[in-house]
Ligand binder design. Structure first.
Ligand code: MTE
Length: 331
Protein backbone atom coordinates (compact mmCIF):
# COMPACT_ATOMS: atom_id res chain seq x y z
CA UNK A 1 0.00 0.00 0.00
CA UNK A 2 1.84 3.17 -1.08
CA UNK A 3 1.88 6.03 1.38
CA UNK A 4 1.85 9.67 0.42
CA UNK A 5 5.49 10.83 0.17
CA UNK A 6 4.79 13.48 2.84
CA UNK A 7 3.81 10.73 5.24
CA UNK A 8 6.49 8.29 4.29
CA UNK A 9 9.35 10.27 5.83
CA UNK A 10 7.49 10.67 9.12
CA UNK A 11 6.39 7.08 9.31
CA UNK A 12 9.65 5.36 8.41
CA UNK A 13 11.36 6.11 11.72
CA UNK A 14 11.06 3.05 13.94
CA UNK A 15 9.54 4.13 17.24
CA UNK A 16 11.89 1.79 19.07
CA UNK A 17 14.90 3.64 17.67
CA UNK A 18 13.90 6.94 19.25
CA UNK A 19 15.54 6.51 22.64
CA UNK A 20 14.47 9.70 24.36
CA UNK A 21 10.81 9.85 25.44
CA UNK A 22 10.31 13.55 24.66
CA UNK A 23 11.76 12.99 21.18
CA UNK A 24 9.33 10.11 20.77
CA UNK A 25 6.40 12.31 21.82
CA UNK A 26 7.52 14.98 19.33
CA UNK A 27 7.70 12.31 16.65
CA UNK A 28 4.15 11.11 17.41
CA UNK A 29 2.94 14.73 17.38
CA UNK A 30 4.58 15.41 14.02
CA UNK A 31 3.11 12.22 12.62
CA UNK A 32 -0.36 13.27 13.77
CA UNK A 33 0.11 16.77 12.36
CA UNK A 34 1.10 15.33 8.98
CA UNK A 35 -1.85 12.97 8.98
CA UNK A 36 -4.15 15.87 9.81
CA UNK A 37 -2.66 18.03 7.06
CA UNK A 38 -3.03 15.21 4.58
CA UNK A 39 -6.64 14.66 5.55
CA UNK A 40 -7.56 18.31 5.06
CA UNK A 41 -5.60 18.83 1.81
CA UNK A 42 -8.09 19.58 -1.02
CA UNK A 43 -6.60 16.90 -3.28
CA UNK A 44 -7.58 14.26 -0.75
CA UNK A 45 -11.03 15.46 0.15
CA UNK A 46 -13.81 13.17 -1.03
CA UNK A 47 -17.23 14.78 -1.19
CA UNK A 48 -19.81 13.17 1.04
CA UNK A 49 -17.41 10.85 2.83
CA UNK A 50 -18.32 10.67 6.49
CA UNK A 51 -16.65 7.66 8.02
CA UNK A 52 -17.94 8.50 11.51
CA UNK A 53 -21.58 7.84 10.64
CA UNK A 54 -22.74 4.24 10.46
CA UNK A 55 -23.58 3.02 6.97
CA UNK A 56 -27.17 2.37 6.01
CA UNK A 57 -28.61 -0.98 7.07
CA UNK A 58 -27.89 -3.94 4.87
CA UNK A 59 -30.19 -4.61 1.98
CA UNK A 60 -31.73 -8.06 2.12
CA UNK A 61 -29.68 -9.99 -0.40
CA UNK A 62 -31.42 -12.56 -2.58
CA UNK A 63 -28.69 -15.02 -3.39
CA UNK A 64 -29.04 -17.45 -6.22
CA UNK A 65 -26.98 -20.51 -5.18
CA UNK A 66 -26.08 -21.24 -8.81
CA UNK A 67 -24.64 -17.73 -9.20
CA UNK A 68 -22.70 -18.03 -5.97
CA UNK A 69 -21.26 -21.36 -7.06
CA UNK A 70 -20.19 -19.78 -10.35
CA UNK A 71 -18.25 -17.20 -8.36
CA UNK A 72 -15.83 -19.91 -7.29
CA UNK A 73 -14.74 -20.70 -10.81
CA UNK A 74 -12.75 -18.75 -13.35
CA UNK A 75 -10.97 -19.77 -16.53
CA UNK A 76 -8.58 -16.83 -16.28
CA UNK A 77 -4.89 -17.67 -16.31
CA UNK A 78 -3.60 -18.12 -12.76
CA UNK A 79 -0.74 -16.15 -11.29
CA UNK A 80 2.45 -18.15 -10.80
CA UNK A 81 3.03 -19.52 -7.30
CA UNK A 82 6.45 -17.76 -7.26
CA UNK A 83 4.78 -14.39 -7.87
CA UNK A 84 1.89 -14.85 -5.43
CA UNK A 85 4.35 -15.76 -2.68
CA UNK A 86 7.12 -13.21 -3.29
CA UNK A 87 5.17 -10.01 -4.11
CA UNK A 88 3.26 -9.38 -0.89
CA UNK A 89 1.96 -6.72 1.46
CA UNK A 90 2.46 -7.72 5.09
CA UNK A 91 3.68 -4.66 6.97
CA UNK A 92 4.46 -6.67 10.11
CA UNK A 93 7.46 -7.90 8.09
CA UNK A 94 8.36 -4.64 6.30
CA UNK A 95 6.86 -2.26 3.79
CA UNK A 96 8.62 -3.59 0.66
CA UNK A 97 6.90 -6.18 -1.57
CA UNK A 98 9.80 -8.63 -1.16
CA UNK A 99 10.15 -8.13 2.61
CA UNK A 100 7.48 -10.64 3.76
CA UNK A 101 8.91 -13.54 1.74
CA UNK A 102 12.36 -12.81 3.18
CA UNK A 103 11.42 -11.99 6.78
CA UNK A 104 8.25 -13.93 7.61
CA UNK A 105 9.95 -17.28 8.14
CA UNK A 106 10.21 -16.32 11.83
CA UNK A 107 6.43 -16.44 12.26
CA UNK A 108 5.44 -19.53 14.28
CA UNK A 109 2.10 -20.79 12.99
CA UNK A 110 1.50 -23.65 15.49
CA UNK A 111 -0.02 -23.86 18.00
CA UNK A 112 -2.53 -21.23 16.82
CA UNK A 113 -5.94 -20.29 18.14
CA UNK A 114 -8.35 -17.46 17.49
CA UNK A 115 -10.40 -15.87 20.31
CA UNK A 116 -14.02 -15.31 19.25
CA UNK A 117 -16.09 -12.96 21.43
CA UNK A 118 -18.58 -10.10 21.48
CA UNK A 119 -22.23 -10.22 20.46
CA UNK A 120 -22.68 -13.99 20.31
CA UNK A 121 -24.31 -16.69 22.45
CA UNK A 122 -21.28 -18.99 22.46
CA UNK A 123 -18.01 -17.05 22.69
CA UNK A 124 -14.93 -19.23 22.70
CA UNK A 125 -11.74 -20.20 21.02
CA UNK A 126 -11.25 -21.39 17.52
CA UNK A 127 -8.54 -24.03 17.45
CA UNK A 128 -7.08 -24.17 13.99
CA UNK A 129 -6.41 -27.90 13.82
CA UNK A 130 -9.87 -28.73 15.21
CA UNK A 131 -11.38 -26.35 12.68
CA UNK A 132 -9.62 -28.06 9.82
CA UNK A 133 -10.88 -31.43 11.01
CA UNK A 134 -14.48 -30.29 11.40
CA UNK A 135 -15.02 -28.48 8.12
CA UNK A 136 -14.31 -29.33 4.51
CA UNK A 137 -11.48 -27.33 3.03
CA UNK A 138 -12.45 -26.23 -0.47
CA UNK A 139 -10.35 -24.91 -3.32
CA UNK A 140 -11.60 -21.66 -4.87
CA UNK A 141 -9.88 -19.74 -7.64
CA UNK A 142 -10.44 -16.04 -7.03
CA UNK A 143 -9.43 -12.86 -8.84
CA UNK A 144 -7.65 -10.64 -6.32
CA UNK A 145 -7.39 -6.87 -6.88
CA UNK A 146 -4.96 -4.71 -4.96
CA UNK A 147 -5.73 -1.03 -4.37
CA UNK A 148 -2.32 -0.23 -5.86
CA UNK A 149 -3.52 -1.29 -9.32
CA UNK A 150 -2.27 -4.83 -9.75
CA UNK A 151 -4.26 -8.03 -9.69
CA UNK A 152 -3.67 -11.76 -9.46
CA UNK A 153 -5.68 -14.97 -9.92
CA UNK A 154 -5.07 -17.28 -6.97
CA UNK A 155 -6.29 -20.78 -6.13
CA UNK A 156 -7.06 -20.55 -2.40
CA UNK A 157 -7.78 -23.35 0.02
CA UNK A 158 -10.09 -22.52 2.89
CA UNK A 159 -13.40 -22.81 4.66
CA UNK A 160 -16.35 -20.43 4.22
CA UNK A 161 -16.10 -17.84 7.01
CA UNK A 162 -19.88 -17.95 7.55
CA UNK A 163 -19.76 -21.67 8.40
CA UNK A 164 -17.22 -20.92 11.11
CA UNK A 165 -18.99 -17.84 12.51
CA UNK A 166 -22.34 -19.64 12.79
CA UNK A 167 -20.87 -21.98 15.43
CA UNK A 168 -20.54 -19.05 17.84
CA UNK A 169 -24.21 -18.09 17.37
CA UNK A 170 -24.03 -14.35 16.68
CA UNK A 171 -26.95 -12.42 18.20
CA UNK A 172 -29.12 -9.80 16.49
CA UNK A 173 -26.76 -7.15 17.91
CA UNK A 174 -23.88 -8.52 15.80
CA UNK A 175 -24.02 -5.97 13.00
CA UNK A 176 -20.32 -6.19 12.11
CA UNK A 177 -17.40 -8.55 12.52
CA UNK A 178 -14.03 -7.15 13.64
CA UNK A 179 -10.78 -9.01 12.95
CA UNK A 180 -7.35 -8.53 14.55
CA UNK A 181 -3.95 -9.82 13.44
CA UNK A 182 -1.11 -11.01 15.61
CA UNK A 183 1.29 -8.16 16.49
CA UNK A 184 4.31 -9.76 18.14
CA UNK A 185 7.48 -7.66 17.80
CA UNK A 186 9.58 -10.71 18.62
CA UNK A 187 8.39 -12.59 15.56
CA UNK A 188 7.40 -9.61 13.42
CA UNK A 189 10.17 -7.03 12.98
CA UNK A 190 7.90 -4.53 11.19
CA UNK A 191 5.79 -4.06 14.32
CA UNK A 192 8.67 -2.04 15.80
CA UNK A 193 7.93 0.61 13.17
CA UNK A 194 5.09 3.06 13.47
CA UNK A 195 3.81 2.49 9.91
CA UNK A 196 0.41 1.23 11.16
CA UNK A 197 -1.33 1.60 14.51
CA UNK A 198 -0.74 -2.06 15.48
CA UNK A 199 -2.30 -4.55 15.58
CA UNK A 200 -3.57 -4.64 11.98
CA UNK A 201 -7.37 -4.57 12.11
CA UNK A 202 -10.12 -5.17 9.59
CA UNK A 203 -13.89 -5.46 9.58
CA UNK A 204 -16.87 -6.61 7.55
CA UNK A 205 -20.57 -5.99 7.86
CA UNK A 206 -22.21 -9.19 9.15
CA UNK A 207 -23.91 -9.97 5.83
CA UNK A 208 -20.57 -9.59 4.01
CA UNK A 209 -18.92 -11.87 6.56
CA UNK A 210 -21.64 -14.52 6.15
CA UNK A 211 -21.63 -14.30 2.35
CA UNK A 212 -20.65 -17.63 0.77
CA UNK A 213 -17.84 -16.03 -1.27
CA UNK A 214 -16.01 -14.91 1.89
CA UNK A 215 -13.29 -17.38 2.72
CA UNK A 216 -11.14 -18.08 5.76
CA UNK A 217 -8.08 -19.22 3.86
CA UNK A 218 -5.62 -21.80 5.13
CA UNK A 219 -3.71 -22.52 1.95
CA UNK A 220 -3.01 -21.71 -1.67
CA UNK A 221 -2.07 -23.73 -4.77
CA UNK A 222 -2.91 -26.94 -2.93
CA UNK A 223 -0.32 -26.20 -0.22
CA UNK A 224 -0.35 -24.87 3.31
CA UNK A 225 -0.46 -21.08 3.43
CA UNK A 226 3.09 -19.66 3.50
CA UNK A 227 3.80 -17.17 6.29
CA UNK A 228 4.13 -14.24 3.88
CA UNK A 229 0.57 -14.82 2.63
CA UNK A 230 -0.92 -14.68 6.12
CA UNK A 231 -0.41 -18.10 7.70
CA UNK A 232 -1.98 -19.87 9.32
CA UNK A 233 -5.35 -18.18 8.76
CA UNK A 234 -6.33 -15.11 6.71
CA UNK A 235 -9.40 -13.56 5.21
CA UNK A 236 -10.13 -13.56 1.45
CA UNK A 237 -12.96 -11.31 0.23
CA UNK A 238 -12.66 -11.39 -3.56
CA UNK A 239 -14.96 -8.44 -4.38
CA UNK A 240 -13.02 -6.05 -2.12
CA UNK A 241 -9.55 -4.54 -2.39
CA UNK A 242 -6.76 -6.76 -1.11
CA UNK A 243 -6.16 -4.88 2.13
CA UNK A 244 -9.46 -6.24 3.51
CA UNK A 245 -7.77 -9.67 3.45
CA UNK A 246 -6.37 -9.46 6.97
CA UNK A 247 -3.57 -11.96 7.66
CA UNK A 248 -2.55 -14.14 10.62
CA UNK A 249 -5.82 -13.56 12.48
CA UNK A 250 -5.83 -14.04 16.28
CA UNK A 251 -9.11 -12.41 17.26
CA UNK A 252 -12.65 -12.19 15.87
CA UNK A 253 -15.31 -10.06 17.59
CA UNK A 254 -19.00 -9.68 16.78
CA UNK A 255 -19.79 -6.00 17.34
CA UNK A 256 -22.72 -3.63 17.08
CA UNK A 257 -20.86 -0.52 15.84
CA UNK A 258 -18.70 -0.05 12.76
CA UNK A 259 -15.25 -1.35 13.77
CA UNK A 260 -11.98 0.54 13.30
CA UNK A 261 -9.80 -0.73 10.47
CA UNK A 262 -6.05 -0.19 10.01
CA UNK A 263 -6.02 1.70 6.72
CA UNK A 264 -9.19 3.67 7.39
CA UNK A 265 -7.69 4.89 10.67
CA UNK A 266 -4.47 5.91 8.97
CA UNK A 267 -5.92 7.57 5.86
CA UNK A 268 -9.74 7.76 6.02
CA UNK A 269 -10.00 9.88 2.86
CA UNK A 270 -8.24 7.16 0.87
CA UNK A 271 -9.51 3.92 2.38
CA UNK A 272 -13.17 3.57 3.26
CA UNK A 273 -14.72 0.82 5.34
CA UNK A 274 -16.37 -1.02 2.46
CA UNK A 275 -13.48 -0.91 -0.05
CA UNK A 276 -15.46 -2.66 -2.75
CA UNK A 277 -13.57 -2.88 -6.04
CA UNK A 278 -15.13 -0.17 -8.19
CA UNK A 279 -13.65 1.21 -11.44
CA UNK A 280 -15.85 4.33 -11.11
CA UNK A 281 -14.58 5.37 -7.68
CA UNK A 282 -10.97 6.49 -7.92
CA UNK A 283 -8.46 6.46 -5.13
CA UNK A 284 -7.75 10.18 -4.42
CA UNK A 285 -4.24 9.79 -5.81
CA UNK A 286 -4.83 7.48 -8.80
CA UNK A 287 -7.45 5.93 -11.06
CA UNK A 288 -9.00 2.55 -10.23
CA UNK A 289 -10.37 2.00 -13.75
CA UNK A 290 -7.77 -0.58 -14.84
CA UNK A 291 -5.39 -3.11 -13.35
CA UNK A 292 -2.09 -4.81 -14.18
CA UNK A 293 -2.85 -8.52 -14.26
CA UNK A 294 0.11 -10.47 -12.93
CA UNK A 295 -0.62 -13.90 -14.41
CA UNK A 296 1.19 -16.63 -16.29
CA UNK A 297 4.64 -15.47 -17.32
CA UNK A 298 3.76 -11.75 -17.25
CA UNK A 299 6.45 -9.79 -15.41
CA UNK A 300 5.33 -7.91 -12.31
CA UNK A 301 6.27 -4.55 -13.80
CA UNK A 302 4.96 -4.89 -17.36
CA UNK A 303 1.93 -7.12 -16.92
CA UNK A 304 -1.00 -6.49 -19.29
CA UNK A 305 -3.35 -3.68 -18.23
CA UNK A 306 -7.01 -4.73 -18.34
CA UNK A 307 -10.22 -2.88 -17.40
CA UNK A 308 -11.32 -3.34 -13.79
CA UNK A 309 -14.84 -4.70 -13.26
CA UNK A 310 -17.35 -3.57 -10.63
CA UNK A 311 -17.03 -5.72 -7.50
CA UNK A 312 -13.98 -7.29 -9.18
CA UNK A 313 -16.31 -9.19 -11.54
CA UNK A 314 -18.43 -10.66 -8.71
CA UNK A 315 -21.36 -8.24 -9.15
CA UNK A 316 -23.83 -11.06 -9.91
CA UNK A 317 -23.05 -12.59 -6.54
CA UNK A 318 -22.72 -9.52 -4.31
CA UNK A 319 -24.36 -6.41 -5.81
CA UNK A 320 -27.55 -7.19 -3.85
CA UNK A 321 -25.70 -6.55 -0.60
CA UNK A 322 -25.43 -2.87 -1.49
CA UNK A 323 -28.88 -2.10 -2.93
CA UNK A 324 -29.82 1.48 -2.09
CA UNK A 325 -26.30 2.48 -1.02
CA UNK A 326 -24.42 5.27 -2.77
CA UNK A 327 -21.13 3.52 -3.56
CA UNK A 328 -19.35 6.88 -3.96
CA UNK A 329 -20.25 7.82 -0.43
CA UNK A 330 -19.66 4.36 1.05
CA UNK A 331 -16.42 3.62 -0.79
N1 MTE B 1 -2.75 -8.20 6.95
C1 MTE B 1 -1.86 -7.82 7.87
N2 MTE B 1 -1.94 -8.34 9.09
N3 MTE B 1 -0.88 -6.91 7.60
C2 MTE B 1 -0.76 -6.33 6.37
O1 MTE B 1 0.14 -5.49 6.16
N4 MTE B 1 -1.69 -6.15 4.11
C3 MTE B 1 -2.94 -6.18 3.35
C4 MTE B 1 -3.61 -7.56 3.40
N5 MTE B 1 -3.57 -8.09 4.75
C5 MTE B 1 -1.70 -6.70 5.36
C6 MTE B 1 -2.68 -7.67 5.70
C7 MTE B 1 -2.76 -5.78 1.97
S1 MTE B 1 -2.44 -4.12 1.72
C8 MTE B 1 -2.89 -6.65 0.92
S2 MTE B 1 -2.88 -6.10 -0.70
C9 MTE B 1 -3.03 -8.11 1.13
O2 MTE B 1 -2.93 -8.45 2.51
C10 MTE B 1 -1.93 -8.84 0.37
O3 MTE B 1 -2.09 -10.21 0.44
P1 MTE B 1 -1.05 -11.16 -0.34
O4 MTE B 1 0.31 -10.78 0.12
O5 MTE B 1 -1.39 -12.57 -0.01
O6 MTE B 1 -1.21 -10.85 -1.80
Amino acid sequence: MPLDPRLRAALRIPAAEIADESAYRAFRGERRRLLGALASAPAFALAGCDTAAPPPPAARAKLDPALVARGFATDEEPTRYEDATTYNNFYEFGTGKADPANAAKTLRTRPWSVAVSGECAKPGTLDLDALLKGLTVEERIYRMRCVEGWSMVIPWLGVPLGEVLKRFEPTSKAKYVAFTSLADPEQMPGVRYDSIDWPYREGLRIDEAMHPLTLLATGLYGKTLPQQNGAPLRLVVPWKYGFKGIKSIVEIRFVEALPATAWNQLQPQEYGFFSNVNPDVDHPRWSQASERRIAGSASKLFAERIPTRLFNGYADQVADLYTGMDLRQWF
